[in-house]
Design a protein around this ligand. Structure first.
Ligand code: PHE
Length: 341
């Protein structure tokens, strides 16, 4: 019996086999347990012989089982250590990193340049009431500017009597909101998304503007010209001249369209040299009606405002001919212009 079990235990290859052997030998119904139960039927003499022998055998088998079990788990651990390992010196797999979108980069850059000149950032909603987008800016209901703006109107269900809302067509409504919130004096820029139903090489239905507003007791067009020339020179990294052309906006009087100095080279435009001009923004002295809409007294305060296309000046800086490509999310395009890894 002893040889049989010790031999089998030594030869067991895994823990399951070992457990089988334990049950067979010393389990409740095991061979040795059954033999021990037979001790009762023996004579005193036989029992004194067989009892200690069986007990010793049981101990011996138990310790053989325990030893084998420990050996098996040691072997299993060795096997895992041998097969499961990492080469920590291997180079890692390449991951592609996203980058900031060119429009966002230019947005942030503009904000930083104006911040250096003391302009704070203001914000307004993209879904705007037609009062803020038009009326408050001196564009009454019948005014042709409303039609020209290709406005997206928000649908109103019948019986919905909330005021009409539009997707803002420009960032100028932020002028009104900031004046109402802060009063005068005020010096803010308002970068943001604006919407017009328009689509071609230089127009997308969503685009970005940056509004500027400076109001104090004696602000003039001269301050406007200085601020813009400072801005463009910082933005393009070279001295940029501006040209003011008389124009008309309902919310400024007088109004001017501003061109920046440039030249054309092989079909692309270079800013800050030559004697061509490129229109980049609308501006003027804030109309008294607009000051009133914002709760600012036109007898005490005056100031300038301007509105500029962020995407437009991004195209100029990077020599991008088609505005629509900005919003196509084409990685090949982004990589070509160095906007993505
Ligand atoms: N809001 C005008 C536009 O979108 C730009 C502008 C802003 C003009 C401020 C004058 C003053 O075209």
């Amino acid at each position: 019996l002893k040889a049989k079990y010790l031999g089998a235990i030594a030869g067991a290859g895994d823990e399951a086999t070992l457990e089988q052997l334990r049950l067979q030998a010393v389990g409740k119904k095991g061979e040795i347990s059954l033999k021990m139960r037979e001790l009762g039927k023996m004579t005193q003499e036989e029992r004194q012989q067989a009892g200690p022998a069986l007990n010793a055998l049981k101990d011996e088998i138990n310790s053989a089982l325990a030893a084998k079990k420990a050996a098996l788990s040691d072997a299993a651990l060795d096997e895992r250590l041998r097969t499961e390992w990492l080469d920590v010196t291997l180079p890692s797999r390449a991951t592609r990193q996203g980058t900031i979108h060119p429009v966002s980069q230019v947005w942030e850059e503009c904000t930083a340049i104006f911040a250096d000149m003391g302009f704070a950032v203001a914000e307004g909603p993209q879904v705007e009431t037609d009062w803020y987008n038009f009326d408050a800016l001196n564009i009454p209901g019948h005014h042709p500017a409303r039609a020209e703006m290709d406005t997206f109107y928000m649908h109103r269900a019948e019986g919905d009597d909330r005021p009409p809302h539009v997707l803002r067509t420009h960032t100028s409504p932020v002028q009104i909101r900031s004046m109402q919130e802060q009063g005068a004096p005020i010096r803010i820029i308002a970068p943001g998304r604006v919407y017009r139903a328009d689509y071609d090489q230089t127009h997308t239905p969503m685009f970005h503007q940056i509004e500027g507003l400076a109001i104090d007791r004696d602000i003039s067009m001269a301050n406007l010209k200085w601020v813009l020339e400072e801005f463009f020179s910082a933005y393009f990294g070279t001295k940029v001249k501006t040209r003011f052309r008389a124009s008309h906006f309902p919310f400024t009087e007088p109004s001017a369209e501003v061109d920046i100095q440039c030249s054309w080279k092989d079909g692309t435009v270079v800013v800050g040299e030559g004697d061509d001009w490129l229109e980049v923004l609308g501006s003027g002295m804030v109309h008294p009606h607009v000051l009133k809409s914002g709760g600012v007294d036109p007898n005490e305060w005056q100031g300038f405002a301007f509105g500029m296309g962020i995407d437009r000046i991004a195209m100029l800086k990077y020599g991008i001919p088609d505005l629509r490509a900005f919003f196509d999310s084409d990685l090949r395009w982004l990589r070509h212009y160095g906007f993505s890894a």
